[in-house]
Design a protein around this ligand. Structure first.
Ligand code: EPU
Length: 341
C-alpha cells in the first residue's frame, strides 16, 4: 500500500480558481479508495478537521484551512464494455477534469454532456452542486455516485434518487463535509435527445447554419459562448456565477416583470419562477466595477473576479454590497453560490 505523502503549510493558490493565497495546514493527494481511507484515518487519529479540495472552482477561501485538505487524484475514465452506443455507463474518478471527461465521452460517440462543456472543476465536484448550463443539469445523466462517509467510515453507492438533486443543490451539498466522493457513474448514449433550445445556444447555432446540430457542434457552440461571456480562470480569478438565480413565487415574478419588463424570468413550475440575478446586478450598474483588487466581470454581472492581490474577505464584502442593493431595489434576497470557507 502506497504511503500518503503529507505536505505541511501548503499553498492552495493553485487549488482555487479565484486564486486566493491561503494555506492548508496539511495537504495530501489520495488516488484510490485505500488512500482515501488512510487519509480519513490520519485526520481522525490527529483530530484534524478534513476537507476535500478539488480544482477549487466553486469555493471562496477567506482563511487558511486547519487540519487536512484532501485532493483526489483518480482521474481514470472507464467505459462499460457491455454498453452500446445507445446507452453506456461511464465511471469517472473524482479527480478527473470535468471538461476532459466531456471531450472524451464525445470522442467515444456518447452524447449527453455536450451542453456542460468547459465548466471548470473536477468530476467529483459535479454532483455536489448539480452543475448545469445551457438547459442541462448533470443530475439528468447521473446513474450513481460512490462516496465514503467520514463519520461511519463506510462506503456507499448512491443512486440518482438518493442524491436528491435540485438547482445547484444535492444531498452532498446539504451534508457538506460528511462525504468524500470517489467515483461518479454517468449514463450516456445516443438516446439522449440533444438540447439546444436555450436562447443564446439556439441563436448561435442558427447563425452558424448548424440546425439541427451534432453533439460536437453543440459542444463547440457552448465553448464559444462561454469564452465570450465568462472569464478564463487561468487569466482572471473567478468561481463562475457568484450568486444563484433566485427562485421566487410566480406572483412575485409577475410583479417584478411588470415593474421591470426586461427582467428575464424562467418558469420553474406552476408555483415558482427563476429570475435572472445577472440582469438585476447589471441594471444596478455593477458590471465592470473594481474595488480593492476584486470586481464584477465586465461581460457578465453574475461573475465576481479577483485581480490577483486581494483576499477572499474583499470579494465577500463586494458580494454583500450587491446583495444589499438587490434587496433594496427588487426586494429579492440573493444567495452566494460557491462555498465560502
Ligand atoms: N443578463 C444581463 N446582464 C448580465 C448577465 C445576464 O442582462 O450581466 C441577462 C441577459 O438577459 C441574459 C440572461 O441574463 O440573456 C441570462 O444570462 P446567461 O445566459 O449568461 O445565464 P445566467 O443566468 O447569468 C446561468 C448559470 C451559469 C450558466 C448559464 C448558462 C446560474 C447561477 N448560472 O447564468 O452557470 O453557464 O446560466 O446556462 O444558474 C455557474 O453556475 O457557475 C455558471 C456559470
Amino acid at each position: 500500500m502506497n504511503a500518503l505523502s503529507v505536505h505541511k503549510q501548503y499553498s492552495l493558490r493553485q487549488h482555487n480558481t479565484l486564486g486566493f493565497d491561503q494555506l492548508a495546514e496539511h495537504f495530501v493527494v489520495a488516488s484510490n479508495d485505500q488512500q482515501i481511507e488512510q487519509a480519513v484515518a490520519l485526520a481522525h487519529s490527529n483530530k484534524w478537521p478534513l476537507r476535500v479540495i478539488g480544482e477549487g472552482s466553486n469555493i471562496v477561501l477567506t482563511q487558511d484551512i486547519p487540519g487536512l485538505a484532501l485532493h483526489l487524484g483518480d482521474d481514470t475514465i472507464h467505459y462499460d464494455a457491455t454498453g452500446t452506443a445507445h446507452q453506456t455507463l461511464v465511471s469517472v474518478g473524482a479527480g478527473a477534469n470535468w471538461d476532459h471527461l466531456v471531450h472524451d465521452t464525445l470522442l467515444h460517440g456518447l452524447n449527453g454532456l455536450e451542453n456542460l462543456s468547459l465548466i471548470p472543476g473536477t468530476a467529483g465536484a459535479a454532483p455536489v452542486q448539480n452543475i448545469g448550463a445551457y438547459g442541462v443539469e448533470v443530475k439528468e445523466l447521473i446513474e450513481s455516485v460512490r462516496a465514503f462517509h467520514i463519520g461511519s467510515q463506510q462506503w456507499h453507492e448512491f443512486s440518482k434518487d438518493d442524491g436528491d438533486y435540485s438547482y445547484r443543490h444535492s444531498m452532498f451539498k446539504k451534508n457538506t463535509g460528511q462525504y468524500i466522493i470517489s467515483k461518479v457513474t454517468l449514463s450516456l448514449g445516443q438516446q439522449h435527445a440533444l438540447k439546444y433550445a436555450y436562447k443564446d445556444l439556439h441563436s448561435y447555432l442558427e447563425e452558424c447554419h448548424q440546425m439541427p446540430p451534432t453533439p460536437q457542434q453543440i459542444r463547440d457552440a457552448v465553448i464559444s459562448i462561454r469564452q465570450s461571456k465568462l472569464p478564463d480562470p487561468d487569466l482572471i480569478g473567478n468561481a463562475g456565477s457568484f450568486f444563484h438565480n433566485p427562485i421566487v413565487s410566480t406572483q412575485k415574478s409577475a410583479a417584478l416583470k411588470q415593474a421591470h419588463p426586461k427582467l428575464p424570468v424562467y418558469p420553474v413550475d406552476t408555483q415558482s419562477a427563476k429570475i435572472s440575478a445577472g440582469w438585476m446586478i447589471d441594471s444596478l450598474g455593477f458590471k465592470g466595477v473594481k474595488q480593492h483588487g476584486v470586481g464584477v466581470y465586465e461581460k457578465q454581472a453574475l461573475v465576481l473576479v479577483h485581480f490577483g492581490d486581494a483576499s477572499g474577505e474583499r470579494i465577500i464584502e463586494l458580494a454583500n454590497q450587491i446583495i444589499d442593493r438587490v434587496q433594496e431595489r427588487f426586494g429579492v434576497q440573493l444567495h452566494i453560490e460557491p462555498l465560502v470557507i
